[in-house]
Ligand binder design. Structure first.
Ligand SMILES: *[C@@H]1O[C@H](CO)[C@@H](O)[C@H](O)[C@H]1NC(C)=O
Ligand SMILES: *[C@@H]1O[C@H](CO)[C@@H](O)[C@H](O)[C@H]1NC(C)=O
Ligand SMILES: *[C@@H]1O[C@H](CO)[C@@H](O)[C@H](O)[C@H]1NC(C)=O
Ligand SMILES: *[C@@H]1O[C@H](CO)[C@@H](O)[C@H](O)[C@H]1NC(C)=O
Ligand SMILES: *[C@@H]1O[C@H](CO)[C@@H](O)[C@H](O)[C@H]1NC(C)=O
Ligand SMILES: *[C@@H]1O[C@H](CO)[C@@H](O)[C@H](O)[C@H]1NC(C)=O
Length: 421
């Protein structure tokens, strides 16, 4: 009897440790909350780092090359490490420059470590940083709720000087979380540590309520029980040599009519390929001047029955909104279609993503003039991304996009962050 009891005990211990191991060693999908800062129009995500664990707020930069954090301001952690110059970690981070630092030693200041150059994507300023490693913790998800935290003990990032945080950044932010296509950006590091395919999905909100970033595969369930990873369009993702994300827009339609454009501009950018970049650090879509003029004029003509009012910067075309109706997907204005690899693959922009309310009865077309030589002829910005799901599949170089989730009676604010663990 006693041995049977001890067998039972052993067996249940085994079961507990097995389920423990399954939970902690083989996650398929991870989640981060992300919200919009009203003052700067930037998106902020809070990541748990260090020992003891501390929630640290970061600005999200879709095209950022890695995660960097200000190390000069109270970086207290018992698990901080700076890999030696020429170590394996430095090769993963693709940095071969050795660094020295006058004493005293502190996080960000060691001799014989590797150098990384963190960039502030808002001011374009860059600095000199140290490649570092520390604990990073992130929540698991079963697809519909957040779950327990899992840990990457030696997450690679850059330790940056404090001055890089100057500029119009949200209050309290300590660095930039890059999601670019590099070996040490968040998506790749999480995927390779936990052994899932490098894939992530962005779902940004237009407010301070939490939107969500999923790392790994769907389903991505939003309340009331809608899997937003289903029924999405796909287009090839083009990755610049720096690891930034571009897609190929072939033409633009407004109200289902082709906007006359110099299409050779659409296929051109500073690298000479697919000209449309996606960015989370640009609040409104930027268009090269001739594209901007063509689009805004065409749009205003299609909305001829609504009175124009004096433009409100940074926008060039604004309307008296008293005669514009409201629909499920925002103001009832002509749809703007970005036509992708063929006529049938279209990213449709509804009123909620095209128009910006700047006054009680003023609605402006939320696109801005990027001048004659922007870094890409189209840079799709935050306002046009909100309440849309964008799934970046890095191993297949494919972008999945949902268009407005409001059509499906849900939104990016509808992920249930109540843990059911
Ligand atoms: C780096 O080496 C220099 C020269 O040996 C020394 O003066 C300095 O204190 C060292 N810095 C650190 C952070 O150990
Ligand atoms: C940063 O660089 C981008 C691209 O070159 C440019 O469009 C933007 O105006 C620059 N921002 C500042 C604040 O200089
Ligand atoms: C179209 O754009 C290309 C690339 O900028 C330029 O070389 C060409 O002159 C433009 N064509 C017209 C008709 O404006
Ligand atoms: C609204 O529509 C009415 C009726 O068509 C028109 O008379 C009026 O001028 C419009 N007002 C604005 C502000 O567009
Ligand atoms: C918009 O139109 C309404 C009704 O015609 C008018 O009362 C209001 O002053 C107009 N607003 C602006 C900003 O022009
Ligand atoms: C969110 O998830 C929790 C835990 O499963 C559940 O109790 C709660 O009802 C959910 N919230 C909504 C609004 O469905």
């Amino acid at each position: 009897m006693a041995s049977f009891l001890s067998f039972l005990l052993l067996f249940s211990l085994l079961l507990i440790s097995l389920s423990h191991a399954q939970r902690h060693l083989k996650p398929n999908t991870l989640v981060l909350p992300v919200s919009k800062d009203g003052a700067t129009h930037l998106y902020v995500t809070t990541i748990h780092k260090r020992t003891p664990l501390l929630p640290v707020p970061f600005v999200l930069d879709l095209n950022g090359l890695f995660l960097w954090v200000n190390c000069e301001h109270q970086y207290l952690s018992s698990t901080y490490r700076a890999p030696r110059c020429h170590s394996a970690q430095c090769s993963i981070a693709n940095t071969h420059r050795c660094r020295t630092c006058p004493s005293p030693a502190r996080p960000g200041c060691h001799n014989n470590t590797c150098s990384l150059v963190p960039v502030n994507p808002v001011t374009n300023k860059s600095g000199n940083g140290e490649l570092a490693q520390d604990v990073l913790s992130i929540q698991l998800t079963d697809g519909s709720n957040s779950g327990p935290m899992v840990t990457v003990p030696g997450f690679l990032f850059a330790c940056a000087p404090a001055f890089l945080l100057q500029g119009p950044l949200p209050i309290g932010v300590q660095g930039i979380a890059g999601l670019g296509r590099t070996q040490i950006a968040l998506p790749t590091q999480l995927a390779s540590h936990f052994g899932f395919r490098p894939k992530f999905a962005l779902c940004l909100t237009s407010s301070a309520s939490n939107g969500v970033i999923f790392f790994g595969d769907g389903p991505y369930m939003m309340l009331p029980g809608i899997d937003i990873s289903q029924a999405i369009g796909h287009t090839p993702l083009v990755i610049s040599p720096q690891g930034e994300y571009y897609i190929g827009v072939r033409s633009i339609r407004i109200n289902n009519k082709l906007v006359p454009l110099n299409t050779s501009l659409l296929s051109k950018n500073i690298y000479g390929f697919s000209g449309t970049m996606i960015s989370t650090v640009v609040p409104y879509t930027i268009l090269e001047t001739s594209i901007y003029k063509a689009v805004t004029q065409f749009f205003a003509n299609e909305l001829y029955w609504v009175h124009r009012v004096a433009p409100v910067a940074p926008f060039g075309v604004c309307f008296n909104s008293t005669n514009i109706t409201s629909t499920r997907v925002g103001p009832g204005v002509p749809n703007i279609d970005l036509v992708l690899q063929n006529e049938n693959v279209v990213w449709r922009i509804f009123g909620v993503n095209s128009m910006v309310r700047t006054g009680q009865d003023v609605l402006c077309l939320g696109f801005v003039d990027g001048g004659p030589h922007p870094m890409a002829s189209i840079v799709i910005g935050g306002h046009q991304l909100e309440d849309n799901l964008l799934q970046f599949d890095l191993s297949r170089s494919s972008l999945g996009f949902s268009s407005s989730l409001l059509f499906r009676r849900t939104s990016c604010a509808n992920f249930n962050f109540t843990s059911n663990s």
